[in-house]
Design a protein around this ligand. Structure first.
Ligand SMILES: C[S@@+](CC[C@H](N)C(=O)[O-])C[C@H]1O[C@@H](n2cnc3c(N)ncnc32)[C@H](O)[C@@H]1O
Length: 216
């Protein structure tokens, strides 16, 4: 016979096992590493502060622009930005994990977005020539990259003079990067700080490549 005491013990054991699992996952995720595809459920959750509409307010995507998204995952923001640059603009969505890229491709096709190019690639070595994009963004990605400054240098390289870069971060992401650290690292790679919105624990920061001295 199952007593109340047995049920309580089982519930306690289950709770402890769950907590141990979460602690293990968080500890493992302390090392910079891509969010595993098996944990994609977390990146599909709604985001009240770093919302899609707020990203658009800060990034200001314009029809016809060519935009780079680094680390799109399953595409929380991709379709919104793709709509903003349509009909002639494009979003190049570069993720290091094939599984994420395949998932993103399926979701975009199902939602009818035909101006997104999902690409498998590494933010530390972007597969584009210099001055390729009008703007770029990455959300919950920077802290997963072992060489953040290298990725920022690559973003600076592929953006045109005057190009905008928006970086989004939010707790409790185990790889959260503070806005001070981000600003410092971005400025060291030649970006100029423009603005930030949100809170200390959940924000978008916009920086930009200075316009070219020759006016090109
Ligand atoms: C936490 S997810 C965030 C996904 C999406 N930006 C969002 O906000 O839902 C981080 C994504 O960045 C990708 N990523 C991590 N390191 C990367 C790298 N070096 N180059 C490109 N993508 C990377 C991961 O594969 C993963 O899809």
């Amino acid at each position: 016979m199952v007593t109340r005491r047995t049920i309580r013990s089982l519930a306690l054991a289950g709770g402890l096992a769950g907590l141990a699992g979460v602690a293990y996952a968080l500890r493992w995720r302390q090392k910079p590493s891509p969010c595993p595809y098996s944990q994609r459920v977390w990146i599909d959750l709604p985001r009240p502060v770093i919302s899609r509409s707020r990203l658009c307010e800060v990034l200001e995507p314009q029809p016809g622009e060519r935009i780079l998204e680094l680390g799109p995952g399953t595409g929380y923001y991709t379709g919104t930005v793709a709509r903003a640059v349509a009909p002639n603009g494009t979003v190049h969505a570069v993720d290091v994990q094939r599984s994420m890229v395949a998932d993103l491709r399926t979701r975009l096709r199902d939602r009818g977005h035909d101006n997104v190019a999902p690409v498998c690639g590494d933010g530390r070595e972007l597969p584009y020539p210099d001055d390729s994009f009008d703007a770029a963004y990455l959300v919950l990605v920077l802290g997963e990259i072992p060489a953040q400054e290298r990725a920022l240098a690559e973003l600076e390289r592929v953006l045109k003079p005057g190009g905008r870069l928006v970086v989004g971060e939010s707790l409790p992401d185990p790889h959260f990067v503070t806005c001070e650290t981000l600003r410092d690292r971005a400025e060291r790679q030649g970006f100029r700080f423009e603005t930030d919105v949100g809170t200390r624990g959940s924000y978008f920061t916009r920086v930009a490549v200075p316009p070219s001295a020759t006016g090109d």
